[in-house]
Ligand binder design. Structure first.
Ligand code: XMP
Length: 327
């Protein structure tokens, strides 16, 4: 049976030295496991898959085939960052798949949140499996599984699955170098591997991405409003020193319009809802008390810079009774 228990003797990785010892040990283990064979990895750009990729690149270089699927629901700048860090800086064998039209066409007209998640999950597996089929000689599949994933799946707690989860029909042997690490340890290892802070200290981001923040049936123009407003919120939080302090923050654009005035004429546009919460494990969350002046600045920028938007609202609802995401 597969060993899925963290050894009791394993020391918590809290320092660069402990991280380096872990990295050296994993490089040796990966080499022993895969030898000269090729390994496939779905690289989302999230911290777990990025750390996993960086370890494998150190261990086996170009024999890692990292596939980054752009499903059109990523945040502004994310696909570019994956290419910059992994292809340009780490010289990885990175396959970038532009699947934006494919995903958005499948999602057109679908308003039910669970159907949206299913379509995104299934399409992801299909795209990934197609890329896998184009590769010769792959015998291993690497995954950025971390220890809480193992514990939660034991408990049956995790009701949603990250996009990037194992396509079940791909019958490869697994390589899971960070499977015994807690999130804080993954970050320490990521830092020691030289990954940028923006990747290592990234806030949680749902697998279905901005798709669950563009409420109801996704349209390209409203998705653009989510992406642009999210980028402004992140920029302003970073400028105000809140990045890394607030647990999760994002914008939501509902499928709803209200009247406004723009350029002296009546407008009929969407609102942007801001959400900023603190949590330990996402099972409950409290609201960040964002200073009024900062809310005002973010509002002014969104109204000036994001097309099709005429109002900005701040969501004051804790979890429970609300959930963190809107769908
Ligand atoms: P909720 O909205 O349930 O969210 O309070 C709790 C945490 O989970 C994230 N989330 C998801 N993560 N796939 C994911 O990988 C999903 O479908 C999904 N839905 C919610 C959410 O961002 C929050 O951190």
């Amino acid at each position: 049976m597969e060993n899925n228990r963290r050894p009791e003797t394993m020391q918590r990785i809290t320092t660069p030295e402990l991280a380096q010892a872990f990295i050296d040990e994993q490089i040796a283990e990966i080499r022993a496991q895969v030898g000269e064979k090729k390994v496939l990895l779905a690289l989302s750009g999230g911290v777990d898959s990025s750390v996993c990729a960086a370890l494998l690149i150190k261990a086996i270089g170009q024999k890692l085939v990292a596939v980054h699927v752009n499903h059109g629901l990523l945040r502004k700048g994310e696909p570019e960052q994956v290419i910059e860090v992994f292809r340009n800086q780490m010289n990885a064998n990175l396959i970038y798949v532009d699947a934006v039209d494919r995903f958005l066409d499948k999602l057109a007209g679908v308003s039910d949140p669970e159907k949206k998640r299913k379509i995104i999950g299934k399409e992801f597996i299909d795209v990934f499996a197609e890329e896998a089929a184009k590769q010769d000689g792959i015998e291993f599949l690497a995954q950025g599984t971390i220890y809480p994933d193992i514990l939660e799946s034991d408990d049956g707690v995790k009701s949603h699955h990250n996009v990037g989860g194992l396509p079940p029909e791909l019958n490869f042997e697994l390589v899971e170098p960070v499977k015994f690490l807690y999130k804080d340890e993954v970050r320490v290892v990521g830092k020691a591997l030289g990954l940028p802070d923006g990747m290592v200290y990234r806030q949680p981001f749902p697998g279905p991405g901005l798709g669950v923040r563009c409420i109801g049936a996704i349209t390209r123009d409203r998705l653009e409003a989510v992406r642009e407003s999210d980028a402004i919120l992140r920029e302003e939080f970073a400028a105000a020193g809140l990045q890394g302090k607030v647990w999760q923050y994002f914008t939501v654009v509902p499928d709803l319009k209200s009247t406004g005035i723009r350029d002296g004429k009546r407008s009929w546009d969407w609102p942007v809802i801001l959400r900023a919460v603190n949590s330990v494990d996402a099972t409950s969350a409290t609201i960040e008390e964002v200073p009024y002046a900062l809310l005002g600045k973010i509002t002014a920028r969104i109204l000036a810079e994001v097309r099709g938007v005429n109002r900005v609202l701040y969501d004051l609802s804790p979890k429970p009774v609300a959930t963190i995401e809107w769908e």
